[in-house]
Design a binder for this molecule. Structure first.
Ligand SMILES: NC(=O)c1ccc[n+]([C@@H]2O[C@H](COP(=O)([O-])OP(=O)(O)OC[C@H]3O[C@@H](n4cnc5c(N)ncnc54)[C@H](OP(=O)(O)O)[C@@H]3O)[C@@H](O)[C@H]2O)c1
Length: 428
């Protein structure tokens, strides 16, 4: 019997219980021994009276898990940094394997966890922390391990992908769509982590270690959210042949530096990520041997996330029963040579409201030319009350050049407002 201790019995905790109950025979066949949740730790057991725990014991004491020598694996699905950090450290120090779905604690403390696990001859698995049920981490560690990963683009947050899909499909503005997503349980009551891009930035920190062996922190990731994406930009993007997605982007720059960013991005409608809709997640990578590859699936929910957790348990349990050690650790993390954000490149979509005057275009193009920014498309959209809407798509340019040009464009008398600036990636 592989004895497991479970901390937390919310969406994911219950998903894990269900999978282990439903697939017990298959899991036993795969591992060679049954997987058994011996003890479950919750804060308030009364809240869980309606759940069938089988013969699992319920406790409110972490010591009941940590001091039980039969428990080999501790699964942490409570979320947040504290007390999850302490529980994980203590579990590793007591020689127990850890499985977690917690992107926040892993992205902040992965190096400490890897070192502790190595010292105590155990391991930490966190497949569920990025992309829910999609095996992105295992694919990068094992399936693509022969490759230098040249670039990695991800739709790593289901809530924002759902909202962007609905803005486009239902022709609704952001605020209305967010409210609807909250009513459907697809956005949190406090959605700020998701909407701001911070949740995806945490996940990108984890992928930076797995795909690029880089030890970075969230402060090293530029992130911008989707709160300013309008229905109008979505429509214009489509007319121009683009979809707008919140992408996490990791790329090599100048052959030696790396850049990590999360922001709304216009990508060609023909790009595989343009067809990832609703709450689905995806990772699209280029490896120097494999070429392009796409992984996609459900990025959240008790069952998909539970699927990733139980797969991690199976991996550990298999090693245990076969008496082998296939460490999941990232032992050779390096400090990354990061390209400063201002020096990274993007093409840009700019939407401006201007006076409908014959000299305006010349003035706009003059500002961009001064910063050596060339234009790939320029369109005049609607005109109302002598105010015209101009949409410009530039060729790739550096962030600092674009920031300077936007400030100069808004200083032109005939420019009434710079409504939107969205990064465009045509060659990804
Ligand atoms: N839900 C998803 O789709 C999803 C997807 C990917 C990753 N994740 C990650 O999975 C983890 C769990 O998410 P979830 O959606 O299952 O959360 P959840 O539904 O809020 O459940 C959290 C559970 O942990 C318990 N808990 C919280 N603090 C505790 C503590 N100090 N001691 C003991 N129990 C405690 C809660 O009990 P109370 O009822 O007493 O608060 C609850 O049972 C998070 O790290 C999350 O980021 C979730």
């Amino acid at each position: 019997m592989i004895e497991v201790g479970l901390i937390g019995l919310g969406n994911v905790g219950q998903g894990i219980l269900n999978i282990i109950q439903e697939n017990q025979a298959l899991l036993t066949q795969r591992v060679g021994q049954p997987i058994h949740i011996k003890t479950i730790m919750v804060r308030d057991p009364k809240k869980y009276n309606h759940i069938d725990f089988g013969d699992s014991k319920i406790t409110t004491q972490f010591s009941d898990l940590i001091n039980d020598n039969e428990i080999k694996i501790i699964v942490e699905v409570i979320g947040g940094e504290t007390p999850a950090y302490d529980y994980i450290c203590q579990a590793l120090e007591h020689g127990k394997y850890v499985v977690t779905a917690n992107k926040e604690v892993v992205s902040k403390h992965q190096k400490t966890f890897f070192e502790l696990a190595k010292k105590h001859q155990v391991d930490i698995y966190y497949e569920a922390a990025v992309g829910g049920g999609i095996p992105i981490i295992r694919s990068l560690k094992v399936g693509f391990s022969a490759n230098k990963i040249e670039s990695l683009l991800g739709i790593l947050n289901g809530t924002t992908n759902y909202i962007l899909t609905k803005i486009e499909q239902d022709s609704q503005e952001f605020d209305v769509t967010l409210k609807e997503a909250q009513e459907l349980g697809l956005a949190e009551a406090d959605p700020s982590m998701d909407i701001s891009g911070l949740d995806a930035a945490h996940k990108l920190v984890i992928l930076a270690a797995v795909a690029f062996k880089s030890n970075i922190q969230v402060k090293d990731v530029f992130y911008e959210g989707i709160e300013n994406i309008t229905l109008k930009d979505m429509k214009y993007a489509k007319e121009l042949g683009f979809a707008i997605k919140l992408l996490a982007l990791a790329k090599h720059v100048n052959g030696k530096q790396l850049s990590f960013k999360v922001h709304p991005t216009m990508i060609p409608l023909s790009h595989p990520l343009a067809n990832i809709h609703n709450e689905m997640n995806a990772a699209y990578l280029k490896g120097n041997a494999v070429g392009e590859a796409l992984l996609s699936g459900k990025g959240a929910g008790g069952s998909p996330t539970g699927s990733a957790i139980v797969s991690d348990i199976v991996d550990i349990a298999f090693d245990h029963t076969q008496d082998v050690n296939r460490r999941n650790l990232e032992p050779n993390l390096k400090t990354a040579d990061l390209c400063p954000f201002e020096d990274t490149d993007s093409a840009f979509y700019i939407r401006l409201k201007v006076n409908d005057h014959h000299s305006v275009l010349e003035q706009l193009l003059g500002v961009l030319a001064k910063a050596e920014i060339s234009v790939s498309k320029i369109l005049q959209k609607e005109i109302q009350n002598n105010i015209a809407e101009i949409v410009i798509i530039t060729h790739p340019t550096k962030e600092h050049q674009m920031a300077q040009s936007i400030s100069e464009l808004t200083d032109i008398d005939t420019v009434k407002k710079c409504c939107s600036v969205i990064r465009v990636e045509e060659q990804v």
